[in-house]
Design a protein around this ligand. Structure first.
Ligand code: DX5
Ligand code: ZN
Length: 209
């Protein structure tokens, strides 16, 4: 398979007692972005990292931080994560009534806006905001936990997003997140994913690119 994607290992499956050296491990094993999963215990039933953790990692890698917000109030986190060094600020469309305004705020703070959708949300709800997005993150599991099995039906959304991007001459990157391992990665890559997120399979050593 021709490698046409960037690998974004997810820190959620890293050893939290040595996050600094886990960044080096990511760099040495083909990672091109650092995927950081921010969970608030409301949008998803789990808690993970806050801005101080990202801030402490800033300067320990030259790779960009691809931050995925699984939170109910994404706009509350824009300032702190911009200061902490986030490059991509990806929020869930299900958590953003005023998505267009939020995208503007993310850009004001110098970050790249990304929009994510859970498996039960169709691509069609993104129609009005796609022209303003730098990245679209297709969730291929229900968000909240690493180590889940991919829901294969979600892969079709990658094809749909690729088609819309061509038809409308847009430029967002398409990312996929959840249940990526050595079996499912080729399927996601063939469908057209530009960025592939992997947590448990990357850190267990099962997945190598
Ligand atoms: C899940 C997170 C993912 C998670 C992926 O809600 O958004 O980024 O770390 O983990 P794996 O690759 O183990 O499914
Ligand atoms: Zn994620």
């Amino acid at each position: 398979m021709r490698k046409s994607f960037l690998l974004a290992p997810s820190l959620l499956s890293a050893d939290f007692s040595k996050l600094g050296s886990e960044l080096i491990y990511i760099e040495e094993n083909g990672g091109k972005l650092i995927h950081v999963d921010v969970m608030d215990g409301h949008f998803v039933p789990n808690l993970s990292f806050g801005a101080p953790v990202l801030k402490s990692l800033k300067g320990k890698t030259s790779l960009p931080f691809d931050v995925h917000f699984m939170v109910t109030n994404p706009s509350d986190f824009v300032k702190d994560f911009a200061e902490a060094g986030a490059e991509y600020f990806t929020f869930h469309i299900e958590a953003a009534v005023h998505a267009h305004r939020l995208i503007g705020l993310i850009r004001e703070y110098g970050m790249k806006p990304g929009i994510s959708l859970v498996p039960s949300t169709p691509v069609s709800v993104l129609q009005e905001v796609l022209p303003f997005a730098d990245l679209v993150l297709v969730m291929s599991v229900n968000p909240g936990f690493g180590g889940q099995k991919m829901i294969p039906e979600c892969i079709e959304k990658i094809r749909q997003l690729k088609k819309i991007r061509e038809e409308k001459k847009l430029s967002y990157l398409i990312s996929v997140d959840g249940g990526i391992n050595s079996q499912t990665l080729p399927v996601a890559a063939e469908a057209g994913a530009d960025i592939i997120v992997s947590g448990s399979s990357f850190f267990s050593g099962e997945l190598r690119v």
